[in-house]
Design a protein around this ligand. Structure first.
Ligand code: HAM
Length: 413
């Protein structure tokens, strides 16, 4: 019988990656919680129109990457390719704006995009993201960017570069769009097939095309910063000022435009050179028009999302479990005492493993090595009789005979 395998572009998270996923989740909860964010969990699928209207028909995501299907009731549904549109839908549908001035959400979960799988790029992948709704101040932009940087730092990821840019509001972007078309049009025939099309539908995207010829042409392109209004420039300057105050090292990148249509004003990405071509770990920005577009509400917003698989690739080796102690029991007569002892130690907070089957000392020691524990507790006939335990430091190999209470005290220390 043929073994059924996971679908191309999907991966099981287990073993060491399971530990990493849980670790990221824990740090995210802790850090975002300390900034006042609360968890939001939206459905995995939504009406297709939400993403068409939210992300934009001319984006790669909507044009060619969505998992769209008809359900049994003939509704067109789509597996979420990202989290922002769903969070905005939930915010509008639940009228959160009527209950609070400022809403701060975080999420972590699967997203789906039909892309060509490669290292750091999957068809089902996980994102951790935040969305803040109800604040237009550039101080928010700086705080959220700084929090994204802080998250990666706290996870132990180094050598990161924060890229920032401003793509202005609708008016300045329309002006810039035309300036860019005028600049690129004479070179149209030399651009890649995608960019020839983008020149008509989404010319800003030509700026972050990876094709060498397109890259060469866009090097001399006019900068979007020059098309910004006075207020937009001021906003951008304040973001930069506060990033410096928060000690976030950043570079300005006028080619940074992002791949989703809802952005305006500040956009940013945190990149690494350790992941080859899929070097963007975290990206986001302001999306002040999205709530008008989806719900006729003039509410400003800012957010970001990071790729969890990319973060996991950047984390160092990690132990599969948190087990710190291994309890060994020798002989039938010690089984019950050993199980009871393990239960009491676990209730006192000791992270331990115990075997269910009788084994010889040699194979127990092998297991302890494999678990890479700091302590081994040995229970034999004598220990059952004396109501004691042999507690062995598995690193320096010293050992002592202790009662259960003494052992608990020792571990508490
Ligand atoms: P995005 O840039 O499309 O933004 O995705 C954010 C991050 O998700 C990327 O930087 C990358 O790390 C990860 N990612 C994207 N596609 C894949 C893939 N196929 N495989 C693995 N990882 C991937 C957004 O999704 C926006 N919703 C971010 C945002 C939130 N903007 C405002 N609020």
């Amino acid at each position: 019988m043929k073994l059924i395998k996971a679908v191309r572009g999907t991966k099981d998270i287990l073993g060491e990656t399971g530990t990493k996923y849980a670790y990221i989740h824990r740090i995210v909860e802790e850090l975002f919680g300390s900034y006042g964010y609360s968890l939001i969990k939206t459905p995995i699928f939504e009406e297709t129109d939400l993403f068409k209207r939210g992300i934009g028909e001319a984006t790669d995501v909507v044009e060619k990457e969505m998992y769209t299907f008809k359900d049994r009731g003939d509704r067109s549904l789509t597996l979420r390719p990202e989290g922002t549109a769903s969070v905005v839908r939930a915010y509008l549908e639940n009228k959160i704006y009527a209950k609070e001035d400022l809403s701060k959400f975080y999420y972590m979960g699967s997203m789906f995009r039909y892309e060509r799988p490669q290292a750091g790029r999957q068809r089902e992948f996980n994102q951790v993201g935040v969305e803040v709704l109800g604040e237009a101040s550039p101080l928010l932009d700086a705080e959220v960017i700084s929090m994204g940087y802080h998250l990666l730092e706290k996870l132990g990821i180094t050598d990161l570069e924060v890229n920032i840019n401003s793509i202005g509001g609708n008016e300045s972007r329309t002006k810039y769009r035309q300036a860019l078309i005028d600049y690129l049009l004479p070179a149209k025939e030399d651009l890649c097939e995608d960019c020839k099309r983008r020149l008509e539908t989404n010319p800003l995207r030509v700026l972050d095309c990876k094709n060498e010829t397109c890259k060469k042409y866009t090097e001399g392109a006019p900068s979007i910063i020059d098309s910004l209004s006075v207020e937009e420039k001021e906003h951008y300057e304040t973001v930069k000022k506060y990033l410096a105050i928060y000690d976030v090292p950043f570079v300005e990148n006028s080619r940074l435009v992002r791949g989703l249509d809802y952005y305006s004003s500040t956009v940013f990405e945190i990149v690494t050179n350790k992941l080859g071509s899929q070097g963007t770990v975290l990206g986001g920005g302001r999306y002040d028009n999205l709530l008008t577009q989806l719900g006729n509400k003039d509410i400003p917003a800012f957010g970001f999302a990071a790729g969890v698989e990319r973060i996991m690739m950047l984390l160092g080796d990690m132990k599969q479990t948190e087990i710190d102690t291994y309890v060994i029991w020798l002989g039938e007569e010690s089984q019950e005492y050993a199980m009871k002892t393990a239960d009491a130690l676990r209730k006192a907070g000791v992270k331990l493993a115990i075997d269910f089957n009788k084994k010889g000392m040699k194979s127990h020691m092998k297991k302890a090595e494999k678990l890479d524990v700091n302590y081994v507790i040995i229970i034999g006939e004598d220990e059952v009789k004396n109501k004691t335990l042999v507690v062995k430091n598995f690193k320096d190999r010293t050992q002592e005979q202790l009662t259960l209470e003494e052992t608990i005290k020792k571990f508490k220390k």
